[in-house]
Design a protein around this ligand. Structure first.
Ligand code: TLP
Length: 371
């Protein structure tokens, strides 16, 4: 049994389900890290750009590299302005703060990141109430959204915002169909609600679906996307929207201590990420497909192949003697890292630092364990 201090010191959960942060033995020989695309390391080009970045004080709005990244992000998404933030979580929470008033209600799917993995920040920072709906692989039915919007009444909270997520993390990397987004946008407009899109993996969705980022972003008032997931920058996300929204968001960022100074050093990597790393996400999707197809052939594993649309692979264990946490531990012993996301559910995420050989090794290891 490890002490609390030990567990906190690792700061890398081996499971999001049940007891967290128990160190697992890893095979020092070979490591295939499928825990998340957040583990990707910056490319040599990013490191060079960071070393050479022109910088200034970004709280004074004098950092030319940050300004360039924000303009590039806004342009890619067809929005008026962008704001460089420290993380996807910060981008989402700043957006909630900018869109809502204390006591409002926000509508979201109950499996989304904002509701499950942001430490209840919506309640703490924005003092809003969440109305969780059950989506299909995280994708909401527009009719459910319409039904959830409350008519004005002295007893009711005011519904002010709909939050969507694409690709959807706990939905297994699922993509919001553009027509569904359009329908939800129309419903929001009819009722005067804003729409925020958590597009942490927006470019995975765009590359896989062929729908341009601008078309997706047009369905939302604000969009956050991450630079430090599949795009492999070391830090950061960008929030985009119209100028008035971004002005509010900038104040909220400052309030949270997210006003950074010579942030061009990290923004430089974000520019390289946007300019060079988007198209290669296809490789991650192809690897996820190989992984999913291989998993489908293994005994005691249940996987919905149709749900694997991008770089996230979620599957269920159907064995009495081995639960998800047990399999995670066994895999880690062979250097294959992944997370349990439920008692019998495991998530694996493909990314640029795991190549096809790594995927085949992970499958071979699974085959050996489950034989
Ligand atoms: N997701 C992480 C964990 O926090 C769960 C991961 O490994 O997938 N929105 C979505 C849809 C996300 O998946 C994440 C990160 C975030 C927001 C937050 O991004 P960061 O980690 O930059 O705060």
């Amino acid at each position: 049994m490890q002490g609390r201090a030990d567990r906190q010191a690792t700061n890398a959960p081996d499971s999001w389900y049940g007891e967290e942060r128990i160190m697992v033995p890893t095979n020092p020989g070979r490591v295939v890290d499928l825990r998340s695309d957040t583990v990707t390391k910056p490319t040599p080009e990013m490191r060079r750009a960071m070393a050479e970045a022109e910088v200034g004080d970004d709280v004074f709005m004098e950092d030319p590299t940050v300004a360039r990244l924000e303009a590039l992000a806004a342009e890619r998404l067809g929005k008026e302005a962008g704001l460089f933030v420290t993380s996807g979580t910060q981008g989402n929470q700043i957006s909630l703060m900018a869109h809502t008033q204390r006591g409002d209600e926000i509508i979201l799917d109950d499996n989304c990141h904002i509701f499950n993995y942001e430490v209840a920040a919506l309640a703490v920072l924005s003092a809003v109430q969440a109305r969780g709906l059950r989506g299909r692989n995280g994708i909401l039915d527009p009719a459910d959204v319409r039904d959830a919007i409350r008519p004005p009444n002295i007893h009711h909270p005011k519904d002010s915002l709909i939050c969507l997520e694409s690709t959807h993390n706990r939905g297994g990397g699922s993509i919001y169909p553009i027509e569904t987004l359009r329908q939800i946008r129309r419903i929001a407009d009819e009722h005067g609600l804003a729409v925020h899109l958590d597009g942490a993996r927006l470019f995975n969705a765009c590359v896989a679906s062929g729908v341009p980022a601008k078309d997706v972003a047009a369905q939302a008032d604000s969009v956050t996307f991450c630079l430090s997931k599949g795009l492999a920058a070391p830090v950061g996300a960008v929030v985009t929207g119209n100028r008035a929204f971004v002005d509010k968001a900038r104040r909220a960022r400052k309030m949270l201590g997210g006003g950074m100074r010579q942030a061009g050093v990290i923004a430089a990597a974000g520019i390289v990420a946007l300019e060079t790393m988007v198209d290669r996400l296809r490789e991650d999707h192809d690897n996820a497909r190989v992984l999913a197809d291989g998993l489908a052939e293994l005994p005691g594993i249940k996987i919905d192949l149709g749900s694997v649309q991008t770089n996230i692979v979620i599957f269920d264990m159907e064995r009495k003697e081995l639960d998800a946490a047990g399999l995670v531990l066994k895999l880690a012993g062979h250097g294959v890292k992944c997370f349990a996301v439920g008692p019998n559910r495991i998530r694996m995420v493909t990314h640029k630092d795991v190549d096809r050989a790594g995927i085949l090794y992970a499958l071979e290891t699974l085959r050996t364990i489950l034989r």
